[in-house]
Structure formats: structure tokens, C-alpha cells
Design a protein around this ligand. Structure first.
Ligand SMILES: Nc1ncnc2c1ncn2[C@@H]1O[C@H](COP(=O)(O)OP(=O)(O)OP(=O)(O)O)[C@@H](O)[C@H]1O
Ligand SMILES: [Mg+2]
Length: 243
């Protein structure tokens, strides 16, 4: 029997809720902890990372790594690297750039657009898929097998709401946000005017590893206790099968 990857789906009412979620995850982040962030342009991957870094004590600027591809942060006890693979032209690029020596190594890593890396990207401890409530309503369920935690191992799009956009797997083609990113450079992605007006997001969190699972359980408890302002369990989401 295939092991079930623990998963929950949360409603994030606004940016503050995304930040509250990030703050709840922060205590679980440690050297070697890997977070994948999936979702269309402008769904809040960088905003989440910014809040995570703040919660980890970083009080300087957090730039989107859209153009630099990786931004390192020296936190008090460990380093965290924030990656953005959006601009990769080939799935080997992360290796060519030596990122394989970082991700899953002694640093913590947050990876935006992990789908654009090929096979071999280390499985995350936590995989967060963000979407606006109206997008990806028919989003596929989470990967049924742990191998699918490797975004290159299975059809990466199958578990990713972003895959509803054929351009999502190909940053260069048919991706309406690409030009905005080229022009904007700040990683803001979709212009404010065309974003979900309410700022609501749906976050699906899955935890392929024990570290991730502990993190997920903590988030679930905090959500049930009403400790995370603006964060609620999505009503029609399946009950966590691992509890
Ligand atoms: N609930 C929310 N969570 C996160 N961001 C939100 C939320 N509501 C509104 N926003 C806004 O949406 C924008 C998200 O932009 P952000 O750069 O974080 O997206 P992204 O997913 O990293 O995009 P990209 O793929 O282009 O890097 C920000 O301007 C943020 O203020
Ligand atoms: Mg971003």
C-alpha cells in the first residue's frame, strides 16, 4: 500500500493570514529543511517567503530572486536560501548552477517554481501550493505516491494548480505573466489591479517527510485553536487521513 502524504488545505483570508501561516511554519525551519512553493504568478510565493524570513529574525530587505535566481540569508542559527526557478530554460540549470549542493544540504531552502527543475530535486519537507479561490477549482488531488514529491519524477503538473495554465511549465511560452516579470523585475508578478481583489488564497500543504508532518500537525492545531488570524481549514477539504 502506498503511504499517504499528509495534506491539508487552508483558506488564507488576506496577506496577513499568509504571514501568520509563515510565522507558524518558521519554528520548524532548520538546516536542511526544504519548502517548495508552487502556484501561478502573483499567488504569494515571495510574500510568503518574506514573512517567513521576518519570522526567522531577518529584518533586512527580501528581494524576489526572479533575476538573481537565489538569495542567501544569514539567519542567527543557519543559512536560508530563497530560490526562484521561474526563469530556467532547462531543467538541469539548477544543477549547473551548483544549487544541488545547497538544497537538502546544510542550509534551509525555499524554492519557488520547483516544477521547472528536472528530476533529482530533493523532496521537500513541506510543499505549499498557492492559488486564488477561483483558479484551479478542478485542481488535481495531491500526488498519491511519495515519488511524486520529486517534481520531476511524476507529471509535475498533475498535482499543481499552476498546471492548468499550459504556460506554467514553460516560462517562455504562452505565459502572460512573463512579460510583466521581465518589465517589473520585483517579482510582484500579476499587477495589483488584476489580482484577486479580496486577497484570498487557498494553500494546499503537503508534508512528504517527518519534519514536514510535525510542522503540518502544528499548523493544524494552531488553526483549530484560532491562533492564526485569517487562516481557516477549507471546509470542503478532506479530513487529514493521517490523524
Ligand atoms: N493572501 C495573500 N497572500 C499573499 N499575497 C497576497 C495575498 N493577498 C494579496 N497578496 C498580494 O499578492 C502579491 C503576491 O506577489 P508575490 O510576488 O508574492 O507572488 P509570487 O507568487 O511570488 O509570484 P511570482 O511567481 O511572480 O514570483 C503581493 O503583492 C501581495 O501583497
Ligand atoms: Mg515570487
Amino acid at each position: 500500500m502506498q503511504p499517504v502524504i499528509p495534506e491539508i488545505e487552508l483558506m488564507l483570508r488576506d496577506l496577513a493570514a499568509t504571514s501568520a501561516l509563515a510565522a507558524a511554519i518558521a519554528p520548524h525551519v532548520r538546516p536542511g529543511f526544504v519548502v517548495y512553493l508552487s502556484g501561478d504568478l502573483g499567488t504569494g510565493k515571495t510574500a510568503f517567503t518574506r514573512a517567513l524570513l521576518r519570522a526567522l529574525g531577518h529584518d533586512g530587505r527580501v528581494r524576489s530572486p526572479t533575476f538573481t535566481l537565489a538569495e542567501p540569508y544569514n539567519l542567527s542559527n543557519f543559512e536560508l536560501y530563497h530560490f526562484d526557478f521561474y526563469r530556467f530554460g532547462s531543467s538541469d540549470e539548477w544543477r549547473d548552477l551548483g544549487f544541488d549542493e545547497l538544497i537538502g544540504g546544510d542550509v534551509a531552502a525555499v524554492v519557488e517554481w520547483p516544477e521547472l527543475a528536472g528530476q533529482g530535486l530533493p523532496a521537500p519537507d513541506l510543499w505549499i501550493r498557492l492559488r486564488t479561490p477561483d483558479a484551479g477549482a478542478g485542481a488535481a488531488p495531491a500526488p498519491a505516491d511519495p515519488g511524486a514529491a520529486d517534481p520531476g519524477a511524476a507529471d509535475p503538473g498533475a498535482a499543481d494548480p499552476g498546471a492548468a495554465d499550459p504556460g506554467a511549465a514553460d516560462p517562455g511560452a504562452a505565459n502572460p505573466g512573463a512579460a510583466e516579470r521581465e518589465a517589473g523585475g520585483g517579482g510582484a508578478g500579476v499587477p495589483e489591479s488584476s489580482r484577486e481583489p479580496s486577497g484570498q488564497r487557498v494553500a494546499r500543504l503537503s508534508a512528504p517527510t517527518e519534519w514536514g508532518r510535525l510542522c503540518l500537525t502544528g499548523i493544524l492545531d494552531a488553526t483549530h485553536a484560532g491562533l492564526l488570524g485569517g487562516v481557516s481549514l477549507r471546509e470542503d477539504s478532506a479530513p487529514p487521513p493521517w490523524l
